[in-house]
Design a protein around this ligand. Structure first.
Ligand code: SF4
Length: 226
């Protein structure tokens, strides 16, 4: 059933991610910037940011004020600027100026959690990984594929459910699907292409049926008293 869902969504959505910028450095930086920020906003500031800091060395040597100025329209730009500077320094000193290619190494970088690391692994190194962002988290739980509250646990549930060779599909299709259909408020369940596989839809549908039956019973009772 879960593979059928991925198959349906794979036909609908393109293969690349919103902040997959075609190379490990740019994707790492853009994904870090995208935390609690809309991807469109990141993509808007990114060209100017890249022009100011075209190499890890430039970024590592830049003043915090300059980095902040270049990303000041991004949420948490103070914290992200500090993380970016430290990250650039660590990549130079610990990884010879190259973005590391394992989860264990990536999450040692400042500002990099499992979601960011998974995006880099999945999009740039074609290594199986599941990046659980806000859309993947919401869609997975609504489908009934996980009851976990923490993102790391949702990732583990997905890893158990989905064969490894399909892990890289999940973020690619759930993100655009979450934006178009499975929105945080008012999901478009009536036109959803995977509604028949969804626990949320089944639950809501059956509770609205129960409500309808109760209402009908109430009306009938009221009529019989009149
Ligand atoms: S049926 Fe509704 S809640 Fe379920 S996946 Fe589709 S849009 Fe989301």
């Amino acid at each position: 059933m879960s593979l059928q869902v991925l198959k349906i969504l794979s036909k609908l959505y393109i293969k690349s991610g919103a902040v997959d910028l075609g190379n490990p450095r740019d994707t790492l930086v853009a994904t870090l910037l995208s935390a609690r920020t809309r991807d469109e906003q990141v993509l808007k500031v990114f060209p100017a940011f890249k022009k100011c800091f075209p190499t890890w060395k430039k970024l590592a040597q830049a003043s915090l004020a300059d980095i902040e100025r270049s990303i000041k329209s991004i949420n948490y730009y103070h914290t992200k600027s500090r993380a970016l500077k430290s990250l650039a320094q660590k990549i130079i000193t610990d990884f010879h100026g190259k973005v590391p290619q394992t989860m264990e190494e990536l999450i040692t970088l400042p500002g990099v959690g499992r979601k960011t690391a998974s995006c880099v692994l999945s999009y740039e190194f074609n290594t199986p990984a599941i990046a659980v962002d806000t859309h993947v988290y919401r869609v997975t739980r609504r489908l009934g594929w996980s009851n976990s509250q923490k993102r790391d646990d949702v990732e583990k549930d997905l890893q158990k459910l989905i064969p490894k060779k399909h892990w890289n599909t999940i973020n690619r299709v759930f993100v655009p699907f979450g934006r178009e259909f499975c929105k945080p408020q008012n999901p478009r369940c009536s036109t959803c292409p995977i509604a028949k596989y969804c626990r949320y839809q089944l639950k809501n549908h059956s509770s609205s049926r129960v409500h309808q039956v109760k209402s009908l019973k109430f009306i009938k009772r009221s009529l019989s008293y009149s």
